[in-house]
Ligand binder design. Structure first.
Ligand SMILES: [Zn+2]
Ligand SMILES: [Zn+2]
Length: 167
């Protein structure tokens, strides 16, 4: 079982200044994947990815518009945000959480068809991305039996994280 917790560096201070070094660190695994796969990150796609990577928790599209406005001083049109998100989703750089209609950066560089389980804490909102060899095997078998070709496998498990369960 692979459990990976995204680190959550503080995104910005009160006047909206960003810590460049933290941004670069949060983005490092994603940028390595882009180089390896030849994924072209335009400045606007990179900005969206950086906002999500720094946030370390799921953000809705409208929260992202606010963040872009804070950084650039210009309010982007929702369509441009959705276009950038579609591109990042397609390339496995971000994931979408259907239950809360929000997006989360993935710093793990796994294949897009890899099954993913999100463990979502309903108390503190913490989200952990996990997967396992066994899960991959059983899901592949299940799909094969149904003669179904899966495109993406994302599961969401709601509950309480260790910290909240102990509180
Ligand atoms: Zn992922
Ligand atoms: Zn929690």
């Amino acid at each position: 079982m692979t459990i990976s917790r995204e680190s959550r560096p503080k995104a910005s201070n009160e006047c909206g200044e960003r810590d460049e070094a933290a941004g670069a660190r949060a983005l490092a695994p994603a940028l390595a994947l882009c180089r390896q796969e030849g994924i072209a990150l335009t400045p606007s796609r990179r900005r969206i990815l950086e906002i999500l990577a720094l946030e370390g928790r799921p953000l809705g599209a409208y929260e992202m518009i606010d963040r872009v406005a804070e950084t650039t001083g210009k309010r982007p049109a929702p369509i441009s945000i959705y276009r950038a998100l579609d591109f990042l989703l397609e390339n496995g750089l971000v994931h979408r959480l259907a239950s809360c209609n929000a997006y989360l950066a993935c710093g793990h560089g796994h294949a897009a068809e890899e099954p993913i389980v999100f463990l979502i804490c309903e108390t503190c909102g913490d989200v952990v991305e996990a997967t396992s060899e066994d899960l991959r095997g059983s899901l592949a078998e299940l799909a094969a039996r149904a003669e179904f070709a899966p495109r993406a496998t994302v599961m969401e498990v709601a509950g309480r994280c260790r910290l909240c369960a102990g509180a």
